[in-house]
Structure formats: structure tokens, C-alpha cells
Design a protein around this ligand. Structure first.
Ligand code: HEC
Length: 132
């Protein structure tokens, strides 16, 4: 039952459309709520609805700063979100659990690339803002 709920949530996330511009007005917080909160929790504590169904612990994203010894590893976080640094729980680079919201593929249009970088940047800034 739990697994079915998790699969449904992941399917929903995965079916997000790639149409450029759909998320361009989203703030970092809104992007977080849309694509990350199901696992990382509404406030980032790692207690999202899907978390108990996963085989790995979902990290508390408010403690990235502490875990990194008192520095916010901006470039690392950016790479995790845009898929250059892969985590099995995030899906694959081509099929991340958040669909094609932040594509990094070569060959995409320049506009899509710029938008993708902006959205990832907003998410990174949002995560920086919730550090404890
Ligand atoms: C399907 C559940 C799921 C979703 C959705 C998800 N994550 Fe994760 N995330 C995880 C898990 C599980 C890990 C830990 C993976 C591991 O340790 O192997 C992780 C790890 C991370 C890490 C590394 C944390 C650290 O300190 O090492 C960051 C940053 C992160 N996620 C950000 C995000 C962002 C931003 C989003 C939304 C765009 C997101 N995640 C969506 C499950 C998820």
C-alpha cells in the first residue's frame, strides 16, 4: 500500500511536462513544494509523505550547512538538482523524479537552458535560506 502510494507520487512527479515557461514564475519555495517536499518534507526536515517508503533515509535539507562543516556547498547542491551529481533516489539524469523541469541536456534550446539555470538557482537560494 505504501509502495503503491510512493509509486503514484513518483509517477505524478515524473509526468510533469517539459513545456518551457510553465514554472518560470515559481519562487524557489514554490519549486521546492512542487518537486521536493513529497520526499524531503514541507519544511525540508526529510519527513515527506513518501519518505517512509524509500529504502534510503531522506536527508534533512535544513542541515546541509551543518553537515558541510559550516559552509553551504552551493555548487554541490546545484549539481544535485540539475542531475550532474546523481542519486538513485532522484532517478536518473535523463529521467529525474521531477521530470524535465530543469533540463541540462545539450542540444536543448538556449532559452530552455537559461530558464533551467534560473529555476535551479532559485531552488539553491531557497535551500540556503532554510539552513539552521
Ligand atoms: C523521491 C524522493 C525525493 C525527491 C522527490 C527529491 N529528493 Fe532529494 N534526496 C532524496 C534522497 C533519498 C536523498 C539521499 C540519497 C542518498 O543518500 O543516496 C536525497 C538527497 C538530496 C540532497 C543531498 C543532501 C545532502 O546533504 O547530501 C539534496 C541537496 C537534495 N536531495 C535536494 C532535492 C531537491 C532540491 C529536490 C527537488 C527538486 C529533491 N531533492 C527531490 C529523495 C528525494
Amino acid at each position: 500500500m505504501r509502495m503503491a502510494a510512493a509509486m503514484a507520487a513518483i509517477f505524478l512527479l515524473g509526468s510533469v511536462s517539459a513545456v518551457a515557461g510553465v514554472f518560470s514564475d515559481y519562487s524557489g519555495r514554490q519549486l521546492y513544494e512542487r518537486f521536493c517536499a513529497s520526499c524531503h518534507g514541507p519544511a525540508g526536515f526529510g519527513d515527506g509523505a513518501v519518505a517512509p517508503s524509500l529504502k534510503v533515509m531522506v536527508p534533512d535539507l535544513t542541515r546541509i550547512y551543518r553537515r558541510s562543516g559550516g559552509a553551504f556547498p552551493e555548487e554541490r547542491v546545484r549539481r544535485i538538482i540539475d542531475g550532474r551529481q546523481a542519486y538513485p533516489a532522484h532517478g536518473t539524469r535523463l529521467m529525474p523524479v521531477w521530470g524535465q523541469a530543469f533540463p541540462v541536456e545539450e542540444g536543448g534550446s538556449a532559452e530552455a537552458q537559461v530558464e533551467s539555470e534560473q529555476l535551479v538557482g532559485r531552488l539553491v537560494e531557497y535551500l540556503r535560506s532554510i539552513q539552521q
